[in-house]
Ligand binder design. Structure first.
Ligand code: NAG
Ligand code: NAG
Ligand code: NAG
Length: 367
C-alpha cells in the first residue's frame, strides 16, 4: 500500500540537485540526521507559517537541514511542513516541561543546527527521551491535523467502525487515525537513520517507542443521544489524550530505560541489555548506549549549563530538591517580593476584578 502519491517526474532532477547542495552543506556544518527539530524552533517555525501554497515546493527543496526523503514528504502537501514543525515544537516543549526540575533541563539553542547542542552526541538516556518525544510529537501533530481535515492525504479512522462494540455503543464522530500519524512519523523521522550502526539502532528503537506511546494514550469519548437525556444511544469515537499524558508516559519509560550494547546476531546488528539477567527491552521501552555526562557543571562543548543558579526546592528529597539538583554544592536562600493578583471578585456583569497583592517568597538557588 502506498500512502503517499503525487510525484511527477519533472521534480526528480531538482531533487538530485538539492542533494548535491545538501551534501555540500553537510561538509560545512556538522549536521546530525535529526536536525529537522529546527522546524520546531521559534524562528524556523514562524517562517513555515508564512509559506504560500504556490511557494512551498521550492521551499522544501531548499531546506538543507532535512534529508532527501524528508524534503520529498514536505513537498506532498502545503500543510505538512507546518504540521511537522508543530509536532517538533510540541516535543521540545514537553521535554522542557518534564525536565524542568532535572539537572539537564532540555535546554535548546536558537543559533545551532543541532538544536540541543553537543549534549546529544552522547548516546544517553536523555537522548533516548528526546528522540522518543519528538517522534511522538510528529505522529500526534499529523494525526490531529488529519482529523481536523488539514491534510488531504488522511482523515478520520473509518476502519474502527467495523470493530465490535457488543451493542453497548455505536461508533460515530471522528476517530483519530493514529495509524496514519505513526506511519508518517516513521517515514519522516526515521529516514536518515542507519540500521547498521549502534547509534542508528538506538534512535530507531526510541523513535518507535515514542510512536507506541500514542497508542497507549488514546481514549474513548462518548456522547449521549436520546429523548430528554435518556442516553438510549451512545455514540463513541477514539481520541488522543492531551500530549502531556504522552510526555508523562515516556518519562516513566525514561526512568526505567535499559542500557544496551550492540551485538552481531545472524549477520545483523541488534541491541541487547548490557548486564546479565536483565530483561530484554520491549518495543515501548527506551534504550541507551552510554551513561549520561555530568550535568552538574557547565560544559561548553556539550552545551550543558550546569545547575548553578537553578531554582531548587529545599524540602524535597527528589531530583528537584536542593540536595540533588545542586550536586552537593549547597544553595543560597533569597527573599523575593512577588506581586500577584488576589482577592478576585466577579463584578456584575461581566468582569473579574482583582486586587494587587504583594508578599515575600523564599527562594533557593544552587551555588
Ligand atoms: C535551563 O536552565 C538554565 C540555567 O541553568 C536556564 O538559563 C534555562 O532558561 C533553562 N531552560 C529551560 C527550558 O527551562
Ligand atoms: C565536557 O564534556 C566532555 C564529554 O563528556 C568531556 O570530555 C570534557 O572533559 C568536558 N569538559 C569540561 C570542561 O568538563
Ligand atoms: C517542595 O517539595 C515539597 C515536598 O516534595 C512539596 O510539598 C512542595 O510543594 C514543593 N514546593 C514547591 C514550591 O514546589
Amino acid at each position: 500500500m502506498t500512502m503517499y502519491k503525487r510525484k511527477d517526474h519533472g521534480e526528480i532532477s531538482v531533487v538530485h540537485l538539492s542533494t548535491i547542495l545538501c551534501v555540500t552543506l553537510l561538509f560545512l556544518v556538522p549536521v546530525t540526521n535529526a536536525t529537522w527539530w529546527l522546524l520546531g524552533m521559534p524562528s524556523t517555525y514562524h517562517s513555515t507559517l508564512e509559506l504560500k501554497p504556490t511557494t512551498y515546493k521550492n521551499y522544501c527543496k531548499k531546506l538543507h537541514y532535512l534529508v532527501e526523503k524528508q524534503q520529498e514528504l514536505c513537498g506532498l502537501n502545503y500543510n505538512i511542513l507546518m504540521t511537522v514543525g508543530r509536532g517538533a515544537k510540541m516535543g521540545i516543549e514537553e521535554c522542557q516541561f518534564q525536565f524542568r526540575m532535572s539537572r539537564w533541563n532540555c535546554s535548546t539553542f536558537n543559533n545551532t543546527p543541532t538544536v540541543f547542542g553537543g549534549v546529544l552526541n552522547v548516546k544517553s538516556r536523555e537522548k533516548a527521551y528526546v528522540y522518543a518525544i519528538s517522534a511522538a510529537g510528529v505522529a500526534y501533530s499529523i494525526t490531529r491535523a488529519c482529523s481536523k481535515g488539514e491534510l488531504s492525504e488522511c482523515g478520520c479512522d473509518q476502519k474502527i467502525r467495523s470493530r465490535d462494540t457488543k451493542g453497548q455503543w455505536e461508533w460515530g464522530g471522528c476517530s483519530e487515525d493514529v495509524r496514519f500519524g505513526s506511519k508518517f512519523s516513521k517515514d519522516f523521522v526515521d529516514s536518515g537513520e542507519d540500521r547498521n550502526t549502534p547509534e542508528g539502532l538506538m534512535n530507531l528503537h526510541n523513535n518507535r517507542a515514542g510512536r507506541k506511546a500514542l497508542k497507549r494514550n488514546k481514549e474513548r469519548l462518548c456522547k449521549c443521544h436520546g429523548v430528554s437525556g435518556s442516553c438510549s444511544m451512545r455514540v463513541c469515537w477514539m481520541y488522543l489524550k492531551p500530549f502531556r499524558s504522552v510526555g508523562q508516559w515516556l518519562t516513566k519509560r525514561f526512568d526505567g530505560a535499559t542500557r544496551v550494547r550492540a551485538v552481531q546476531r545472524r549477520k545483523k546488528l541488534r541491541l541487547r541489555p548490557l548486564g546479565k539477567n536483565i530483561k530484554r527491552p520491549g518495543k515501548k521501552d527506551l534504550v541507551y548506549l552510554d551513561e549520561s555526562p555530568d550535568y552538574c557543571n557547565r560544559n561548553k562543548t556539550l552545551g550543558v549549563f550546569g545547575t548553578a543558579g537553578r531554582l531548587c526546592n529545599h524540602t524535597s528529597y527528589g531530583m528537584d530538591g536542593c540536595r540533588l539538583l545542586c550536586c552537593g554544592r549547597g544553595y543560597q536562600t533569597a527573599l523575593r517580593r512577588v506581586e500577584e493578583k488576589c482577592n478576585c471578585k466577579f463584578k456584575w456583569c461581566c468582569k473579574v476584578v482583582c486586587e494587587q497583592c504583594s508578599y515575600v517568597r523564599e527562594e533557593h538557588h544552587c551555588n
